[in-house]
Design a protein around this ligand. Structure first.
Ligand code: NAP
Length: 297
């Protein structure tokens, strides 16, 4: 599996396993989570994506229970987590509204909580989960730098940021922002043309792509024009539509890092098959055209 250098310190696997849905299944036992992680590791997928808010602020603890049982896994993996969203449930059930908090006090407290939940003393990459319209970039930038200096966090980045949000925060930091985790898939592909991806390419930053299979939307209508097109290419490659959709992202020159979220162990075991598929320029545009429902101008 290819590795991507996000910073001098932090390298991630080209495919990442996302743990948003890790608590949505019956079996959340440490043994089963370990089985999923080991299935990833066997394919070279060593990077796991978390957030404080996942599973109503409970998903990090599911990973932590696994790491407590199998502590040797910690040094074999990179853990990404996020902070900044306060939603009125779980630990924040007493709040009146959903809001963002990128204050130094909250970010520090959130990281400490995440470390405790995941039973680790550092995270490899901390992301600010959403751009905060109330952000004091000087305060947020300073606390992110301080967290890197403290060793609790090895690198920092953002998620769902527009280029202007990125530039504002970066202007107040000495560490380089390592990535922007954005929604990106065959179906949600606006960032390819609205400047978001171009901005990251100009900065030499690899984007992480969340919901790279549209959160499962791709499989809901087996006879949609897009599903049929992906199936046609899958058949030519003796593959699956999921693999073709991921290969379409991998083919892009910006070095997109897809963050996959299947909870199905047999699917997890095959995630890396997408690496086997070559998507040439004409095929790439064939898929893009069908996904957008119109020819490029
Ligand atoms: N930064 C952000 O704001 C943000 C937002 C959302 C997500 N994320 C990250 O991105 C990760 C991935 O998101 P996601 O889970 O939406 O990604 P996804 O991989 O696009 O979708 C996963 C969903 O698709 C289904 N699926 C996958 N392969 C399938 C197949 N062959 N047939 C039928 N269903 C299939 C899965 O069901 P099964 O489990 O049954 O396979 C699951 O429900 C998350 O875990 C999280 O780490 C980040």
């Amino acid at each position: 599996m290819e590795r991507v250098e996000l910073t001098d310190e932090v390298h991630v696997s080209r495919l990442v396993y996302g743990m948003w849905r890790i608590g949505d299944v019956e079996d959340t036992s440490p043994r089963h989570v370990q089985e999923k992680m080991e299935a990833c590791l066997e394919q070279g997928i060593s990077t796991f994506d978390q957030a404080d808010i996942y599973g109503e602020y409970g998903a990090e603890a599911i990973l932590g229970a696994c790491l407590a049982q199998a502590p040797h896994l910690r040094e074999r993996v990179e853990i990404v987590t996020k902070c900044g969203i306060i939603a009125p449930f779980g630990v924040y059930a007493d709040r009146r509204v959903k809001y963002y908090d990128t204050s130094a006090e909250h970010i520090k407290a959130s990281v400490d909580r995440s470390l405790g939940e995941m039973k680790t003393d550092y995270v490899d990459l901390l992301l600010i989960h959403r751009p905060d319209p109330f952000m004091d970039h000087l305060e947020t930038g300073a606390v992110l730098d301080a967290l890197v200096a403290s060793g609790k966090v090895r690198a920092v980045g953002v998620s769902n940021f527009k280029p202007h949000d990125w530039s504002l925060l970066q202007s107040a930091m000495s560490n380089k922002l390592a990535t922007n985790q954005i929604e990106l898939s065959v179906m949600s592909n606006e960032s390819l043309v609205n400047g978001e991806l171009a901005f990251l390419q100009e900065k030499g930053v690899s984007p992480m792509a969340w919901s790279p299979l549209g959160g499962g939307e791709l499989f809901q209508e087996a006879r949609s024009p897009l599903a049929l097109k992906l199936q046609e290419i899958a058949t030519q490659n003796e593959s699956t539509i999921a693999d073709v959709a991921i290969a379409w992202l991998l083919a892009h020159p910006s070095k997109i890092i897809p963050v996959l979220g299947t909870n199905n162990l047999s699917r997890i075991k095959q995630i890396s098959n997408a690496n086997e598929i070559e998507i040439d320029r004409e095929t790439w545009f064939d898929i893009y055209t069908v996904a957008n429902g119109c020819e490029v101008p």
